[in-house]
Design a protein around this ligand. Structure first.
Ligand code: XMP
Length: 320
């Protein structure tokens, strides 16, 4: 029978043999796949591994701290962890940019630049870790999407700009639920193991139009409230993905005796099997009501909350 503990044990042993005394580089995104891959490598070769975590300032609330707590010097694993605070760099590049594909391209390019700079500082790299899982292998091997709807930014696309000998992909044979199991087996905290998919360009594609630090803060705070209430309601497991997006629309409201002219937040939640198609999830009205009143009360400059009832197609899951 399939045993996760023996998978982990065998893989760690095989990695150790393969890598010998080589140096290993891993781009850590904080997502499930890269986190589990990184911990396997840490178990196998310890300080021969360097994990680079680029904080592009487009992460969810507290995410940068959460990743650093697990992989940083105060965490349980023995590895070299580099957190690059690139927030300002990304904000500068994104200033004034409104078009979704431009935003994606700028973020992808800047990510590569930052990562390349860090790789140079490390010097010799023999192996590059990729968190590729089985569905990624199948998708790229047998066609995948024929029309480019969005240019996907992924930590997966690194190989051509870092000089290394070989790629290691310890999760290549696993499905997502098996990756999560392996993660638990390795002692990775539940908030990382259970993390829902999060796009490479981060919150930039959940803010319609120009990205500013103020708007990032709004969407982070609204999203954190939404996630907290979904968890409180105990419905997270039924949903494929759920998040808040900041529309670029302002509308008139009233607060006390004052007229307001502020932003609208959109709540998205979908059920899906493969993320290629999705249905808008029927979140209980009481939950939406609670989330709405908390957002308008707790997040400055939001005076309206909308629920996205659209399936994919015709909408995509993300808003850009
Ligand atoms: P869409 O919005 O196209 O998204 O319906 C389908 C799934 O892909 C995720 N997504 C991305 N993931 N890099 C990623 O790693 C990206 O650039 C990217 N864009 C979208 C999205 O969150 C959803 O799960």
């Amino acid at each position: 029978t399939w045993k996760m503990d023996s998978f982990v044990e065998n893989t760690v042993r095989a990695l150790r043999e393969k890598i010998g005394d080589g140096k290993v580089l891993c781009a850590l995104s904080g997502g499930v796949d890269s986190s589990v891959a990184a911990v396997m490598l840490a178990k196998a070769v310890g300080r021969q591994l360097t994990c680079v975590f680029v904080d592009h300032g487009l992460l969810r609330k507290n995410e940068s701290e959460e990743v650093s707590a697990v992989f940083g010097p105060d965490g349980p694993y023995d590895l070299n962890f580099v957190r690059v605070d690139a927030r300002q760099r990304f904000y500068d590049k994104l200033a004034g940019v409104e078009e979704p594909e431009n935003k994606r391209k700028i973020i992808g390019q800047e990510f590569i630049r930052v990562f390349e700079e860090e790789a140079k500082k490390i010097g010799r790299v023999d192996f590059l870790v990729q968190g590729t899982i089985y569905p990624d292998v199948v998708e790229s091997g047998f066609g995948g999407e024929s029309t480019v709807i969005k240019s996907h930014h992924n930590v997966g696309g690194l190989p051509d700009y870092v000089d290394f000998k070989e790629i290691v992909e310890p999760l290549r044979d696993l499905f997502k639920d098996e990756v999560r199991k392996a993660g638990r087996e390795l002692g990775i905290p539940e908030y990382l193991v259970n993390r829902q998919p999060f796009p490479g360009p981060g919150l930039a594609i959940r803010i319609i139009g120009e990205v500013t630090p103020e708007k990032i803060k709004m969407v982070q705070d609204a999203d954190a409230i939404y996630r907290e209430e979904i968890a409180n309601a105990g419905i997270a497991d039924e949903l494929g993905q759920y998040f808040a997006a900041l529309t670029n629309m302002r509308s008139v409201g009233v607060m006390g005796d004052e007229r307001t002219y502020d932003y609208a937040i959109a709540l998205r939640a979908v059920t899906t099997t493969d993320f290629m198609t999705a249905e808008s999830a029927q979140i209980p009205w009481e939950v939406l009501g609670k989330v709405t009143s908390r957002i308008v009360n707790e997040v400055p400059h939001i005076n309206r909350v909308l629920y996205d009832c659209t399936g994919k197609p015709p909408a995509t899951i993300e808003w850009e």
